[in-house]
Design a protein around this ligand. Structure first.
Ligand code: TMP
Length: 216
C-alpha cells in the first residue's frame, strides 16, 4: 500500500457528477496501490446522519436560518473529522470526500446569504483549523444542474430550490475556486461533458495533487 494520508474533497451542486467521479477516482487509485476511503457530507457517522436528518427537517419547517444551519453542518463535520478522517489519515489512507466545508460556503454562504466570516470562524473554532489537501470542483451551470436534477428526481430539500438559488450557488463555487477560498488548493473540472471526458480530467487533477502518474 502506498502511504498517503491526503484528504481530497469533491464539490459541486447536486447532479454535478460527484458520486460517479468519486467512484471512478476510488477504483483508479485503488488499482494504483492506494488504500482509499470515501466520506459523505453531511453525515458519514451515525451521529452525523442524525444531524443530517435534523437539518433537513428543521430547514423544511423554516425553523433555522443559514447561520444556524452552519452550526449544525459543522457539528456533523466535527464528528466526521474526529471519527473517520483523522484516524484514516493516521493509517496513511487516502480519503475522498463527497463535500466538505466548501459546501457550507457555497450553500449557506453564497446561495442563502449567510455570513462567510462565520464559516471561517467555525473552521477555526469547530475544527481547530483542519483543512483538506485539495478541493476538486465539478463545475456545471445552474441550468444543467437543474435539468439533471429534474430528470433524476430526489427528496433533497436543497435540490428543490429555485433557479436563482442555483445561480448564486454556482457563482459562489466559481468565486471560491477563483479566489482560493479558505486558503485551499482548488481545481476546477468542467462537469458538463461526457462522464469519460470528465473522468479523464479528474485523473489529470489527481496526478497533479499526488505528484505521480496513474496507470489506467
Ligand atoms: P448531498 O446532495 O451531497 O447528499 O448533500 C445534501 C444536501 O445538503 C445538498 O443539497 C447540499 C446540502 N449541504 C449544505 O447545504 N451545506 C453543507 O455544508 C453540506 C455539506 C451540504
Amino acid at each position: 500500500m502506498k502511504e498517503n494520508g491526503k484528504f481530497i474533497v469533491f464539490e459541486g451542486p447536486g447532479a454535478a457528477g460527484k458520486g460517479t467521479q468519486i467512484n471512478f477516482a476510488k477504483e483508479l487509485l485503488s488499482r494504483n496501490g492506494f488504500d482509499v476511503v470515501t466520506t459523505r457530507e453531511p453525515g458519514g457517522t451515525s451521529g452525523g446522519e442524525e444531524i443530517r436528518q435534523l437539518i433537513f427537517k428543521l430547514r423544511g419547517e423554516h425553523l433555522i436560518n443559514p447561520g444556524e444551519q452552519m452550526v449544525l453542518f459543522f457539528a456533523a463535520r466535527r464528528l466526521l473529522v474526529k471519527q473517520v478522517i483523522k484516524p484514516n489519515q493516521a493509517l496513511g489512507r487516502l480519503i475522498l470526500g463527497d463535500r466538505f466545508y466548501s459546501s457550507t460556503g457555497a450553500y449557506q454562504g453564497y446561495a442563502e446569504g449567510g455570513d462567510m466570516k462565520k464559516i471561517e470562524g467555525l473552521i477555526r473554532v469547530g475544527l481547530d483549523g483542519f483543512k483538506p489537501d485539495a478541493v476538486v470542483l465539478l463545475d456545471v451551470s445552474a441550468k444543467v444542474a437543474i435539468a439533471r436534477l429534474k430528470k433524476e428526481g430526489n427528496d433533497d430539500p436543497f435540490d428543490r430550490a429555485n433557479p436563482e438559488y442555483f445561480e448564486r450557488l454556482v457563482a459562489g463555487y466559481r468565486e471560491m475556486a477563483g479566489t482560493g477560498w479558505g486558503d485551499l488548493r482548488w481545481y476546477v473540472v468542467n462537469g458538463e461533458r461526457s462522464i469519460e471526458e470528465v473522468s479523464k480530467s479528474v485523473k489529470g487533477v489527481l496526478e497533479n495533487i499526488l505528484g505521480t502518474k496513474l496507470r489506467e
